[in-house]
Design a protein around this ligand. Structure first.
Ligand code: KIV
Length: 271
C-alpha cells in the first residue's frame, strides 16, 4: 500500500517512510494563497516557500535581496491555503549565516509568525552548528547542496556544480554530515545525475533533486517555471507542463480588446 495515499497530512516521518518504501516525493514551490490551494488540492507532498520568490515574485536577478519579513509574508499566505502538504520555508540570505543564534532566531520567527512546518538552508559543514541549534528548538531542517543560489557571487555562474572529483567528494561528505546532524531531507540542485544517485543511495534521508536526474527520492521545480509563466527561462532540466505565458498574454489581450470595444461588460455581466 502506498504511504502517501494513506495519510491525511504529510510530515517529515511520512517522507522518510516514502523513501523507505521507494515512493517518489513530489515538491513544488508556492508563494501565495491561491497557487498553494491548487498545489495542495493536486496532492503535492511538499510546498517549498523558496527564496526563488525573490526572482519570480519580486523580479530580482538573484535570491539575495529577499528579506526574512518578506519570506514570512509569503509563507503565511501559503499556510492559510493548505490542508495536507508539508510547508518548508527557505531561510533567506543574511538570516542565518551570521552565527547559530541568528539562525535559530530567524527560524523561530518563521515558525511562529508564518506557521511553516520546517526550514531549509543552503550549505554543508559551514552551517552545521546552525542546524544543530535550530534542531534543538524542535524545528525540522532541510539541507540544500550543489548549486546553492545564495552563493552565486562566489560561483560566478549558474552552471552545473560538482563535475570535478574534488567538489563531488566534498558534496558527498557534506551530505553525510547533514544527515548525521539531523536534517530530515536534502535538496540537491544542478549536479550530475550519477553523483546525485550516489548520494541518494548512500544516505538514509530523502534526497530531492532539481536538475539532478532521476536517481533521487523526489523532484522539485519552481512552479512558475513548470507552468511556463516565464518564457525566458529554459534550462535543460526544466519540463514545462503548460505555456501559461502565452495563455495569460492571450487572455489579457482579449480583455483589453473587449473593454476598448465596449463588448465587456454585456447585459448579463451587470446589475
Ligand atoms: O528557492 C527555491 O525555489 C529553491 C529550489 C530551487 C530548490 O531553493
Amino acid at each position: 500500500m502506498s504511504v502517501h495515499k494513506e495519510v491525511k497530512k504529510i510530515t517529515t516521518h511520512v517522507l522518510q517512510e516514502m523513501k523507505n518504501n521507494g515512493e517518489k516525493i513530489a515538491m513544488l514551490t508556492g508563494y501565495d494563497f491561491s497557487m498553494a490551494k491548487i498545489l495542495d488540492k493536486a496532492g503535492i507532498d511538499i510546498i517549498l516557500v523558496g527564496d526563488s520568490a525573490s526572482n519570480v515574485m519580486a523580479g530580482h536577478e538573484t535570491t539575495l535581496p529577499i528579506t526574512l519579513d518578506q519570506m514570512i509574508y509569503h509563507a503565511s499566505s501559503v499556510i492559510r491555503a493548505i490542508n495536507r502538504a508539508l510547508v518548508v520555508v527557505d531561510l533567506p540570505f543574511g538570516s542565518y549565516q551570521g552565527d547559530s543564534k541568528q539562525a535559530l532566531t530567524s527560524s523561530i520567527r518563521i515558525m511562529k509568525e508564518s506557521g511553516g512546518h520546517a526550514v531549509k538552508l543552503e550549505g554543508g559543514q559551514e552551517v552545521v552548528e546552525s542546524i544543530k541549534r535550530i534542531l534543538s528548538a524542535g524545528i525540522p531542517v532541510m539541507g540544500h547542496l550543489g548549486l546553492t543560489p545564495q552563493s552565486i557571487y562566489k560561483f560566478g555562474t549558474y552552471t552545473v556544480r560538482a563535475k570535478e572529483e574534488e567538489e563531488a567528494a566534498q558534496l558527498i561528505r557534506d551530505a553525510k554530515l547533514l544527515e548525521e546532524t539531523g536534517c530530515f531531507a536534502l535538496v540537491l540542485e544542478k549536479i550530475p545525475a550519477k553523483l546525485a544517485q550516489e548520494v541518494a543511495t548512500s544516505i538514509n534521508i530523502p534526497v530531492i533533486g532539481i536538475g539532478a536526474g532521476n536517481g533521487v527520492d523526489g523532484q522539485v521545480l519552481v512552479s512558475h517555471d513548470m507552468l511556463g509563466i516565464n518564457n525566458e527561462f529554459n534550462p535543460r532540466f526544466l519540463r514545462k507542463y503548460h505555456n501559461l505565458y502565452e495563455e495569460m498574454l492571450g487572455a489579457f489581450e482579449s480583455y483589453i480588446t473587449d473593454v476598448r470595444s465596449s463588448d465587456f461588460p454585456n447585459e448579463k455581466e451587470q446589475y
